[in-house]
Design a protein around this ligand. Structure first.
Ligand SMILES: NC(=O)c1ccc[n+]([C@@H]2O[C@H](COP(=O)([O-])OP(=O)(O)OC[C@H]3O[C@@H](n4cnc5c(N)ncnc54)[C@H](O)[C@@H]3O)[C@@H](O)[C@H]2O)c1
Length: 249
């Protein structure tokens, strides 16, 4: 993985699915990783695995909805690993319900985890990146940000917010050495999807030309892509196959 070697990555939602696969791919490429998750035991398991590759991995219990927790985690990463070069703001939750059944609390939680979570991560890592004039900010949006989804209004709206945040920040930082991208996965075979209603998963799988779900690794390699020494880019690629194709905003 050219360009990733020697870098320090800070990954949220690192204990499972896409975050976990990305941590592995970045470590295989020679990066050290800070593994952040609300589920500490899951992140510890990933750290043990990465430890066998010879890369450094630290584990941090972080609720991304809390700016103070994210800020402390970034400070600890800076102390233990040196700095943060690459951010993957990826922690996420999913639930399905018609809008009229979504409570205010559920609505707020969806936005807090996805959109405020990304804001909190950006806020915490950007000062160090600005100082060094180098950084790679990547967030996990979703294909649903662009297609919408039945019973997924809060999820898709929050993910669309991440697209807006990404494009705005890419413009705001365009004259710096910091790039800002998002991946917008289709349906990926992770615990989040495995816990979704089976009929929905079946319907989504049938709608995918390859007739199978994407794999977390498909997204991990897309996330690792903006990390090398690429010129800052804002590019959009429509995920025509409606599955794992990345959508680099
Ligand atoms: N799986 C898909 O089909 C798919 C598609 C598009 C986008 N996404 C997005 O990809 C990201 C990763 O999803 P995944 O499929 O790997 O799911 P996953 O459930 O396997 O992993 C999500 C991780 O986020 C952690 N998390 C949840 N809330 C948190 C919080 N407040 N603070 C810190 N960590 C928290 C969980 O503990 C878990 O380890 C999510 O943002 C999700 O919305 C997934």
């Amino acid at each position: 993985m050219p360009g990733v070697a020697g870098k320090i990555a800070f990954i949220t939602g690192a204990g499972s699915g896409i975050g976990r696969a990305t941590a592995r791919v970045l470590a295989q490429g020679g990066a050290d990783v800070a593994l952040c998750d609300i589920n500490l035991a899951a992140a510890e398991e990933v750290a043990r695995e990465i430890g066998t590759t010879g890369r450094r991995a630290i584990v941090l219990r972080v609720d991304v909805t809390r700016l103070d927790e994210v800020t402390s985690a970034v400070e600890k990463t800076q102390r233990d690993l040196g700095r943060v070069d690459i951010l993957l703001s990826n922690a996420g939750i999913a639930e399905q319900a018609p809008l009229i059944e979504i409570t205010e609390e559920q609505w707020d939680r969806m936005f807090n985890v996805h959109l405020t979570g990304a804001y909190n991560c950006f806020r915490a890592v950007l000062p160090g990146m600005r100082q060094r004039n180098w950084g790679r900010l990547v967030s996990t949006s979703s294909m649903g940000a662009f297609t919408g989804g039945v019973r997924l209004s809060h999820y898709c709206a929050a993910k669309a917010g991440i697209a807006g945040l990404t494009i705005s920040m890419a413009s705001e930082l365009a004259r710096t050495g910091i790039t800002v991208n998002a991946v917008a996965p289709g349906v990926i075979d992770t615990p989040m999807v495995q816990e979704s209603p089976p009929r929905w998963v079946e319907r989504m799988t049938k709608s995918i030309p390859m007739r199978r779900l994407g794999k977390p690794e498909d997204i991990a390699y897309a996330v690792a892509l903006p990390s090398p020494e690429l010129a800052p880019v804002i590019n959009a690629t429509f995920p025509f196959n409606r599955m794992s194709a990345p959508f680099h905003v």
